[in-house]
Design a protein around this ligand. Sequence first.
Ligand code: NAD
Length: 424
Amino acid sequence: MAKKAFDQYRAHVDVVVALLGLSPAEAKVFTEPNRVIEKILKVTIGGEERELSAYRVQFNNARGPYKGGIRFHPGADLDEVKSLAAMMAIKCAVVDIPMGGGKGGVTFDPKGLSKPDIETVSRAFARAFATDLGPLKDVPAPDVYTNGEIMAIMLDEYEKVTGTKAPATFTGKPIELGGIPGRDTATALGGVFVLEAYVSEHGLDSKNLRVAIHGFGNAGATAATLLYERGYKIVGLSDSKGAVMSARGLDPMKFQEVKNQNKSLRDMYCQGSVCDEGLLERESVVVGDPNAVLAMDADIIIPAALDGVITNEVAEEMHAKIILELANGPVTAEADTILEKRGIDIIPDVLANAGGVTVSYFEWEQNIKGTTMTREEVNERLKQVMAKAWQSVSKFAKEHHITYRTAAFALAAKRILAASLTKK
Ligand code: NAD
């Protein structure tokens, strides 16, 4: 049976505990959350009275207020939310921003519900957790099936309940409410900055590098466009319906147009199971299953969709030399070991996708200070943060002969312990 999310996280922590020789009290900082808050939201949605389980896990705030998204998902459970909260603490410490780790969730399926119903759940969450949140306490953001509009609703409810004006309580807000330009592209751009630092450190030339991307949503599609613009050859793209692959190269902008029409990538060539063979041949494109891109003949694979997609079997079949984890937890702990043995470098999620939370921190900071930033300023500052984070992770990995993931976790653990009261 596949390991549960928190066990996957624990596997990485155990390596770091041994590497740094941490005491049981120190190890506990990474294995036990400070606080788990569980509530039942009583709401009327879809014409029915429902009781929804809602969670907020406040994992660690040694370095700053808890920070992390709120997801609305039928599969959101405490184990998953706890592991994501722990990963947020690590992620913020890897990029050295003064925030801790938290995560929230409501277990229900928002698909098919009306906007007023979603608003009802959002307001119920903000009311139920109002005393637990706050600019200097716990700062949520959008996550799976939540967005800026939902953050605006939650902020409105939070401010009503607390009688405050406190935009820094939520990030990922619309610009008019104190949101920040550049948050939409931050996760992908942050990943691209780290990849560029890797490429330059290894003396590679982006023009000779072939990239395949699993997932064509906010992170994956933006990364595809940014890399294409920088001269990388995009040889594979996929979404939940299928993959499109071409050794000659693909233009992601063309596929974005298809996605904008609410179609899937393979709809460029196929209607249902019937594909236009002539068009596929003229464009040298092959269509396949979504996961086909993972084992493609490419130099770089970017998982940007789901967790756990790179299993043992996939890891054995991969041809790439570099994996840039834009998704959270795409490589299972067992597959991680196989990839290490095979000499495949993983730029880990806690570094590769930390651009999103970094720009959320800029948003929080500008709300606290009452200032604003331009997109150019945001992107330039993001570049500096990501480049510095890469340098420290890479240096630590080289010094200790360990993977980038272990180096990132170990650096973060040292920083969190240095800021907490737990001493050896
Ligand atoms: P999204 O919902 O915008 O996009 C997800 C994409 O994955 C969609 O294109 C969907 O079609 C595709 N997908 C779903 N199932 C698939 C499958 N079986 N095979 C291939 N593709 C599939 O989500 P997103 O915001 O881009 O997030 C993607 C990943 O990145 C998640 O793991 C998320 O936690 C992580 N992440 C995102 C951000 C962010 O700021 N967006 C920040 C940090 C981490």
